[in-house]
Design a protein around this ligand. Structure first.
Ligand code: IMP
Ligand code: ZN
Length: 365
């Protein structure tokens, strides 16, 4: 059996050191202040208002979507997409992430000659180059996003691209994300797209019940069903929805800071809906959503959850390991990651042995 240090409360440092899997990260929402400042400095000509950025905790979900507009005006060429994708991978890797699924909405921009295909190539190219230049320290997949705020034509194009790249870049593109402003009310039109993704063997991560009173929409999307649920904040509002999710065992991607910042969850961590789901032993994966927009990181999210649930170090490591089962990748990748977790437990034992020996020596002196 593995011995872990007995202590009250998990430290941020411990959460930083353990290996982690990140499954819900929107590329443009993940840009750090450092990257945004770099881009703003370069594009003074745009005279961008940063009012929404400066609102801090007073931000509404509307302000968050305003921030995305600002970021999108800065990320306006394939060169910038390539560069920011590498920055984001680097930052997740520095935070102890060993496997990352990045999602992003392919966009075209006539002015810079960027079309959706070039967008895809820039992200895939950055992933390949980062891995190659950094001795495979992190594995990264790319889930093209479908934005529910855009047209069905736009969604169908993205699905087609996702399908095409899942064949030509099968080691990188393995599924799709369904996201965008959750207050749009005509999401039913995207059902054929989600069904189409399933038909061609793409995995799907679907933002679901992110805001109140969307039960009909939720029931409809659950009938596909998605492979993972994003947020699921209000799933427990209706008994039939709650029990069908519990029964389905579809994992929920939990993004505490994101929900609090966008006012869909109370500020007390213990009141976050994931506490209830984890209490039911329903599979939950700790994620960031938009680490830049919500000023967080994956170790900070583990720190929040571990302390809200009073988890031990062993339980926290187990929670991060459990995410491996829900990645959109094959069994070889899962086995590779499980080996990394196994090694990290050995390191833990060695460290304890070392500390114990030191205290024995102390006693002898
Ligand atoms: P991008 O797709 O890389 O440009 O990342 C930003 C986009 O992700 C936003 O424009 C939204 O469509 C989507 N997004 C980010 N956070 C959320 C969220 O909390 N709910 C729904 N969509 C989101
Ligand atoms: Zn999201």
């Amino acid at each position: 059996a593995i011995l872990f240090r007995m202590q009250s409360g998990i430290t941020q440092e411990f959460c930083q050191q353990i290996p982690k899997v990140e499954l819900h990260a929107h590329l443009n929402g993940s840009l750090s202040n450092k990257t945004i400042k770099k881009l703003l400095d370069r594009r003074r000509d745009l005279k961008i208002s940063t009012a929404a950025f400066e609102k801090g905790e007073q931000r509404t979900m509307g302000d968050c979507f305003e921030m995305f507009k600002v970021i999108h005006s800065l990320v306006d060429s394939t060169e910038v997409i390539y560069e920011v994708t590498k920055d984001v991978i680097e930052e997740f890797s520095a935070d102890g992430v060993k496997y990352l699924e990045l999602r992003s909405t392919p966009k075209g921009l006539v002015e810079s000659g960027m079309d959706k295909r070039r967008y895809m190539d820039a992200v895939v190219g950055a992933i390949r180059d980062y891995k190659h230049d950094n001795d495979d320290v992190i594995d990264v997949k790319f889930l093209p996003s479908i934005d529910r705020g855009r047209s069905i034509k736009d969604a169908q194009e993205n699905l087609k691209l996702a399908e095409e790249y899942s064949i030509s870049c099968e080691d990188i593109v393995t599924g799709i994300d369904f996201s965008g402003n959750p207050y749009t009310t005509d999401a039913a039109k995207f059902m054929p797209v989600l069904q189409g993704a399933q038909r061609v063997g793409l995995k799907s991560a679907v933002h679901l019940s992110e805001v109140k009173d969307r039960s009909d929409e939720t029931r409809m999307f659950l009938s596909v069903p998605p492979d993972r649920i994003g947020h699921g904040t209000f799933l427990t509002d209706e008994e039939d929805v709650k029990s069908s999710v519990l029964e389905s065992r579809i994992p929920i991607e939990v993004c505490v800071s994101s929900n609090i910042a966008s006012n869909t969850s109370p500020p007390e961590h213990i009141k976050h809906h994931s506490v209830w789901w984890m209490g039911q032993e329903h599979p939950c994966v700790v994620c960031t959503d938009d680490k830049g927009v919500f000023s967080t990181g994956l170790s900070s999210e583990y720190f929040i959850i571990a302390n809200a649930l009073s988890l031990s170090e062993e339980q926290t490591l187990k929670l991060s390991e459990s995410a491996i089962d829900f990645i959109f990748a094959d069994e070889n990748m899962k086995a590779k990651l499980k080996q990394i977790w196994k090694e990290s437990k050995k390191d833990e034992v060695l460290e304890i042995t070392f500390v114990t020996c030191l205290s024995c020596l102390d006693m002898k002196n």
